[in-house]
Every structure is written in C-alpha cells, then in structure tokens.
Write a protein that binds this ligand. Structure first.
Ligand SMILES: Nc1ncnc2c1ncn2[C@@H]1O[C@H](COP(=O)(O)OP(=O)(O)O)[C@@H](O)[C@H]1O
Ligand SMILES: [Mg+2]
Length: 173
C-alpha cells in the first residue's frame, strides 16, 4: 500500500501520460455523510483491449518493456487499497479512446491512507504543456476545480447546499 492516496493518483495518472493521453481528468470526491471517498482518473489515451485489461488486473502485468520482470504495480496497489478499505475498484478502457479508473473506499476506514499532497501530484502531472490536466475535488460542501489549460490557480466554489453557510477556502497550485 502506498502511504498517500495522492501517490496512487500520481501513478495512475502517469499511466495515462504514458498511454499518450492529451486530456487527463482527476476527480476526488469525499463524502463524510455517506462515508465514502471516490477517486476517478480518466484519460483519452490509447486504452487497452480486453485481454490486456484482464492481464493487468489479474496478473499485475506491465507493457513497459524496460523492466527486468514484467510486473506492473500501479493498478494492483490501488485495487488492494480500495478493497482493503471497504470499497471497490473498476477500470473501463476502450482501445483508441481512453481509460477510466475508479477506486472507492470508506472515508472513515482505519486503514485508509490520507489524501496527502494532491497539489504536488497535479503539478507533476502538468509537466507536459501539451496535455490538458483537470482536477475536480469535491467535499460535502465545497468544490475545487483546476484546469491547466485555463492557466489559473485552483478555483474554489462552494456547492449549492453550502452557499451562504460557511467560509470559502482554496488552495494554490
Ligand atoms: N491509462 C492507461 N492507458 C493505457 N494503458 C494503461 C493505462 N493504465 C495502465 N495501462 C496498462 O496497464 C499496465 C499496468 O499498469 P500499472 O499497474 O500501473 O503498472 P506499470 O505502470 O508499472 O506498468 C501498463 O503497463 C499499461 O500497459
Ligand atoms: Mg503505473
């Protein structure tokens, strides 16, 4: 298990960049009322066919050739973390169109790693200016949105339920 969920997000996002994605979307939803945390990473990269997808999910396979052993760990580790923390793990992929990885877990689960440094993860994923990176981060009452193409720091906006209730907060990339 990785120590921070943002390190899982970095690994899964790097897979997207390696797959030639031009657009990468990271969605993080934390809901303490329903007690879940959902992470979704979506890309428009080259995708995987069913056979490859089955291999990478079941046998910790990799298509990266510069390895001594053909073992991939990014997807397998996130799957393990999700399932250990009372959640589920799904990958949908269409060759030539893209991939979507969704991991859920119980927010309050004692083994759930902290989110960690999501800012640094997003900054690292933005290294290639040709790739549009978006972050949607949502808690019970706040939503943050960042888009590398808009060239702005995080935008913060309260969700409708929270409007008029509390303070506005934000984080700078
Ligand atoms: N977003 C993606 N698009 C296309 N192929 C992917 C994607 N994510 C993973 N893969 C494929 O699954 C393999 C396993 O990924 P992963 O478990 O992260 O291990 P690793 O990155 O170490 O190879 C990759 O080598 C790649 O072939
Ligand atoms: Mg990987």
């Amino acid at each position: 298990m990785l120590e921070e969920l943002s390190l899982h997000i970095l690994d899964i996002g790097m897979n997207s960049l390696a797959a030639g994605a031009k657009n990468l979307e990271v969605i993080v939803i934390e809901n303490s009322v329903r007690d879940w945390l959902i992470i979704r990473i979506r890309d428009d990269g080259r995708g995987m066919d069913e056979k490859t997808l089955g291999q990478v999910l079941n046998q910790n396979a990799t298509t990266k050739r510069n390895r001594k052993k053909p073992i991939g760990l990014g997807l397998a580790l996130l799957r393990q973390t999700s399932e250990m923390c009372g959640g589920t793990f799904h990958v949908h992929s269409t060759p030539g169109r893209g991939t979507s990885v969704t991991a859920s877990m119980r927010l309050s689960h004692i083994d759930r790693p902290p989110l960690g440094d999501l800012n640094s993860t997003i900054i690292a994923l933005c290294a290639n200016p040709d790739v549009g990176v978006q972050l949607h981060y949502r808690t019970n009452d706040e939503t943050f949105h960042f888009s590398s193409k808009e060239g702005k720091p995080y935008e913060s906006r309260r969700t409708q339920e929270a409007q008029g209730k509390g303070a506005t907060s934000g984080c700078a990339a």
